[in-house]
Ligand binder design. Structure first.
Ligand code: AKG
Ligand code: FE2
Length: 350
């Protein structure tokens, strides 16, 4: 098997050279100087969606947060804390299984789904610096796109828990995209003008279970290198105890705090384009902890393969000129952007 982060975590040695970032845009923090905490805006989802006196103000807070931070903490999102704990638990139990059990869900080298290291295009194999992490990726929606052979059978309730969690997140996802459209004064009932259409028509939603082993001497290794998400929208369930996510804001790295029972929402690159730059897709990375493993669970939505993505008509005007040209969504292009450290938003910018 290609680089097994499990073995690396067991030996406790310094990561080999292919995990070390030396690029000056990726300075690794000196652990003795903690980075500042991000004052990430907290959005009360209930207030966004339940018509009340405070809804307009909450929509404006959402719009303002997504245009400056590109990420928010969402509270009152309707997903019970106990279900979030179960999602974390089934992944921990999966990681604790004997290797041969985990290998039943192993990703193929050039595949997307299953457990293992991220896909790297052949041209980048010798040069790409690897992440010190492993992921289990599973498409959750639409249901007929689920590849059940990659869905763990152990622990016995893994599938049921993911099914439950992903269906709750689907509701949250759709409602969030509607609220985002309302926050920009887009016509809600005009299907052509909503963000939702881009995902609902042929798009997909998938889960990413991220695992970061402890790394006693990270020395330039990262759990995930700086990137923005090539998604429409990303929902992140953080580890309940171990911090690690950092966000770049105004050219400074900030730690994202752990807020019990909240979900972190990131604007994805394709939403940035569709919003004509009104919302920003934030650059973020994951640092390693010397003693403790960390995990996170992401639910993210993607446009349909081959779909043309462009700013919504309602967001282009004389005062707000079009900022992005049309770009065709392609998974392989996304992999290429990722490993070459570029972004679709840069490519699309006029
Ligand atoms: O583990 C995290 O906190 C972030 C994960 C992430 O950025 C990703 O999966 O794209
Ligand atoms: Fe990410």
């Amino acid at each position: 098997m290609e680089d097994s982060v499990h073995e690396l975590s067991i030996t406790g040695e310094n990561p080999p050279a292919k995990y070390i970032y030396t690029d000056s845009i990726n300075p690794i923090q000196d652990p003795s100087i903690p980075l500042p905490l991000l004052e990430i805006p907290v959005i009360d989802f209930n207030r966004l969606t339940t018509p009340s006196v405070g809804t307009g103000a909450e929509l404006e807070r959402l719009r303002s947060a997504l245009s400056s931070y590109g990420c928010v903490m969402v509270t009152n999102h309707g997903v019970e804390g106990s279900l979030m704990d179960r999602v974390r638990l089934v992944f921990k139990q999966f990681l604790a299984l004997p290797m041969e059990q985990r290998l039943k869900c192993q990703k193929e080298v050039d595949g997307f789904e299953g457990f293992g290291s991220d896909m790297i295009l052949t041209k980048d194999v010798s040069t790409a610096v690897r992440h010190f992490s492993a992921r289990l990726r599973l498409t959750t929606w639409p249901e007929d796109k689920r590849q059940m052979k990659y869905w763990p059978e152990q622990p016995h309730d893994f599938r049921e828990v993911l099914d439950d969690y992903s269906s709750k997140l689907l509701v949250l996802h759709d409602e969030t995209l509607r609220a985002m459209a309302r926050s920009l004064s887009l016509e809600e009932d005009d299907d052509d003008s909503t963000f939702l259409k881009a995902v609902r028509e042929g798009g997909s939603i998938s889960a990413r279970f991220n695992f970061y082993p402890p790394c006693p001497a990270p020395d330039g290794a990262l759990g995930l290198k700086p990137h923005s998400d090539g998604t429409v929208i990303t929902y992140l369930l953080q580890d309940g105890e171990v911090e690690g996510l950092q966000v770049l804001k105004d050219e400074q790295w900030f730690r994202v705090p752990i807020v019990a029972d909240a979900l972190v929402l990131h604007v994805g690159d394709h939403l940035e384009i569709m919003s004509n730059g009104e919302f920003k897709s934030p650059v973020h990375r994951v640092v390693l902890n010397p003693e403790r493993q960390r995990m996170s669970v992401v639910i993210a939505s993607f446009p349909e393969e081959g779909r043309q993505i462009e700013p919504l008509e309602g967001l282009v005007s004389g005062e707000r000129p079009r900022l992005y040209r049309q770009v065709k969504y392609s998974v392989v292009d996304q992999v290429d952007y990722y490993w070459s450290g570029t972004r679709v938003t840069d490519d699309a910018r006029i």
